[in-house]
Design a protein around this ligand. Structure first.
Ligand code: 13P
Length: 252
């Protein structure tokens, strides 16, 4: 059975002290609620990962990097490898976020390499896909998302694909306050699951967690997560404060 997951993506926010204070406060809040019905992930900057991992003692809480290099090791100044990420205790890595695709030129081919390296080092990729506004207005959202998945992921074995978490993040909904409607989210998530089933079969498709991201918050999380194919969220802005993040976790 697939897992329900609420993952925060801090992006380039919080210094180390702020990140650690957040982690303490989140763990306290989680321990004060006996019914937490999802896995919780904090997507933190590289330099925070080992420190945050060292603080975590809640079995439902995990840490994710927000990126990793597309090379295994060597003379790539400033890059951080998947092996380095894994050595911090992080279990996940967010890959293919639209901000990395658009600001840092990450192509499907580069992302394919990152996914392979993440898997080779025991990290589970949280792989982001999603269309920009013009593509949705032209009715091309399914084609765009299918191509992103096919190009970066469909050469994986079924066993390796089973380690992937997908995050549908329509670019027009990221940081804009304009959330996809529950219907739009469900439609796309069902399409993504069908696409996976077409390649790997129903069982793998049924077992894949597909998260929604894009202006998700405490007010809309319950309705979004109540869709049969929405297995949680990848949360940006609303993951930066425990008071805003906790109600999203409790939406399950
Ligand atoms: P917001 O929740 O701030 O819209 O960001 C979504 C996102 O990009 C998460 O990866």
């Amino acid at each position: 059975m697939r897992k329900n997951i609420v993952a925060g993506n801090w992006k380039m926010n919080k210094n180390l002290q702020e990140g650690l204070a957040f982690t303490d406060a989140l763990q306290l809040a989680l321990s004060n609620h006996d019914k937490i019905n999802c896995e919780v992930i904090i997507g933190a900057p590289f330099i925070h990962l080992a420190h945050i991992s060292g603080k975590i003692n809640d079995k439902k809480l995990h840490v994710a990097a927000q990126n990793c290099a597309d090379k295994a090791s060597g003379a790539y100044t400033g890059e951080v490898s998947a092996e380095m990420v894994a050595s911090t205790g992080a279990k996940y890595v967010i890959l293919g976020h639209s901000e990395r695709r658009s600001y840092y030129g990450e192509t499907d081919a580069i992302l394919k390499e990152k996914v392979l390296l993440a898997l080779a080092n025991g990290l589970k990729p949280i792989f982001c896909i999603g269309e920009v506004l013009e593509e949705r207005e032209a009715g091309k959202q399914e084609e765009v998302v299918r191509t992103q998945i096919e190009n970066a992921l469909f050469d994986l074995s079924a066993e390796d694909f089973g380690k992937i978490i997908l995050a549908y993040e329509p670019v027009w909904a990221i940081g804009t306050g304009k959330t996809a409607t529950p219907q739009q989210a469900q439609e796309m998530h069902a399409f993504i699951r069908k696409t996976i089933a077409g390649k790997y079969g129903e069982t793998v498709a049924d077992d894949t967690s597909i998260l929604y991201g894009g202006s998700a918050n405490a007010s809309n999380a319950k309705e979004l997560f109540s869709n049969p194919d929405v297995d949680g969220g990848l949360i940006g802005g609303a993951s930066l404060e425990v008071e805003k993040f906790m109600p999203i976790i409790q939406a399950f």
